[in-house]
Design a protein around this ligand. Structure first.
Ligand SMILES: [Zn+2]
Length: 143
């Protein structure tokens, strides 16, 4: 619902801009232009602009693309966008990468956790146990 409203608002803004331009100068419609749409301009630091309707988002959702009868794949094909290019604002993409890196999902893998535990156990065995025991004894005596 929220997305739909944003979409409508953006469309109205775009129409208004076109009307303003039509008032004085005849505009060249992009369909007749041999120059391909530069999708790179549609993905900026803060927003990604839908090349179908000109609406701006943090992330171009599948649900929105559906409104144009497209999905991530056909949208990319239509505008010659590489398959590896995320349809999201650069900032959003960068933040998502950061989250993945900081949470290190692979460290939660059971095999990794087990290996770390074994490493810890190995260190403990090497540590001088005698001295630790003595110190503990002294502390207990004082207390
Ligand atoms: Zn759109």
């Amino acid at each position: 619902m929220h997305t739909a409203l944003q979409h409508t608002y953006a469309s109205l803004q775009a129409l208004k801009a076109q009307e303003d331009a039509n008032g004085s100068v005849a505009i060249v419609i992009s369909e007749t232009s041999p120059e391909p749409v530069n999708w790179k301009k549609s993905i900026t630091k803060h927003v990604v602009t839908c090349l179908e309707c000109g609406a701006s988002f943090k992330q171009l959702s599948v649900r929105h693309l559906k409104e144009h009868g497209l999905d991530g794949r056909s949208y990319r094909e239509k505008y010659s966008i590489p398959r590896t290019q995320p349809l999201a604002a650069k900032e959003t993409t960068a933040r998502r990468k950061e989250i993945v890196q900081s949470s290190r999902p692979w460290e939660k893998a059971p095999t990794y956790v087990k290996a770390q535990e074994e490493k810890q156990r190995g260190k403990a065995a090497v540590a001088p146990r005698k001295r630790t025991a003595q110190r503990k004894g002294t502390a207990r005596a004082k207390a």
